[in-house]
Design a protein around this ligand. Structure first.
Ligand code: HEC
Length: 207
C-alpha cells in the first residue's frame, strides 16, 4: 500500500517524496490516514482479549489528532493559512531559531546548506542541493519549515513566523527582493529558479 509509507515520514522522507514528484493531494493524505486508522483499529480488535501477551500497541487517533496533521500545502498554495511575514522579521527569527544548525545566513552550519544559487542540473553529480538551486516550489518551503523545523522543536513556530522565515530564505537565495512579504497570495506566485527542470510524473493529474 504505497500511501502508508508516506505516513511514516520524518521530515527528510517527506521531502524526498515531494521532490520525487509524487505530490500528494490533501484527499490522498486523509485517505491514507483513514486506511491506517482502520488498519490499527482492526488490529486492536484482533489482539484483545484473545492475545493477552501482545504489547497492545496503538490506539484509534482522535479527530483532533488527524486534524493537527492535516497540514499539507500543495505546490499551488492550496492549504496555505492566513497570516504573513517579512524578510526582515525572518532574519531576526533565523538568528533565534535556525542559525545554530544552519549557519549564518544559511551557510557553513552543521546541518544542511540552505542557500546557494550555484546551478545543479539533473544528472550532474557534486554540488549541494539547496532551496535556491533545487526546490521547485516556494509553497513547499513553507510546508517544510512549518512541519519539520526547527529540527529540535518541530511545529513550535506560528504561521506568521513560518511565513517570515520562508521570505527570509527566499531572499537569501536571491529569489525575492530584500523586502518581501510572504503570505498565501504571494508565495504561489514565486517562481523558483529550478522549477522548469522538474518533470511531472503524472502530467494529466492536476490536484
Ligand atoms: C537542531 C538543528 C536544527 C535547527 C535548530 C534547525 N534545523 Fe533545519 N535542518 C536540520 C536538519 C538535521 C535537516 C535535515 C533534515 C532531514 O533531511 O531529514 C534540516 C533541514 C532543513 C531544510 C531543508 C534543507 C534542504 O534543502 O535539504 C530547511 C529548509 C530547514 N532545515 C530550515 C530550517 C529553519 C528555517 C530553521 C529555523 C526555524 C531550522 N531549519 C532549524 C537541523 C536543524
Amino acid at each position: 500500500m504505497p500511501f502508508t509509507t508516506t505516513m511514516r515520514f520524518r521530515a527528510g522522507k517527506y521531502f524526498r517524496t515531494v521532490m520525487s514528484g509524487m505530490f500528494m493531494s490533501r484527499f490522498a493524505l486523509r485517505l491514507s490516514m483513514v486506511l491506517m486508522l482502520s488498519a490499527s483499529a482492526a488490529h486492536a480488535q484482533n489482539l484483545s482479549p484473545a492475545a493477552p501477551l501482545s504489547p497492545q500497541l496503538g490506539k484509534v487517533a482522535s479527530g483532533e489528532l488527524v486534524a493537527a496533521w492535516d497540514m499539507t500545502i500543495l505546490p499551488s498554495g492550496d492549504g496555505l493559512p492566513q497570516g504573513s511575514g517579512t524578510t526582515e522579521t525572518g532574519a531576526r527569527l533565523y538568528l533565534e531559531h535556525c542559525v545554530a544548525c544552519h549557519g549564518e545566513g544559511g551557510v557553513g552550519g552543521l546541518n544542511n546548506v540552505l542557500v546557494s544559487d550555484e546551478p545543479r542540473p539533473f544528472g550532474e553529480t557534486g554540488g549541494k542541493r539547496t532551496v535556491g538551486n533545487y526546490w521547485p516550489y516556494a509553497t513547499t518551503l513553507f510546508d517544510y519549515i512549518r512541519r519539520a523545523m526547527p529540527y529540535s522543536h518541530p511545529q513550535s513556530l506560528d504561521d506568521n513566523e513560518v511565513y517570515a522565515l520562508t521570505a527570509y530564505l527566499l531572499y537569501r537565495n536571491g529569489v525575492v527582493p530584500a523586502h518581501f512579504e510572504a503570505n498565501a497570495s504571494a508565495l504561489p506566485k514565486v517562481v523558483m529558479p529550478n522549477q522548469e527542470y522538474f518533470i511531472r510524473a503524472y502530467p494529466d493529474w492536476n490536484p
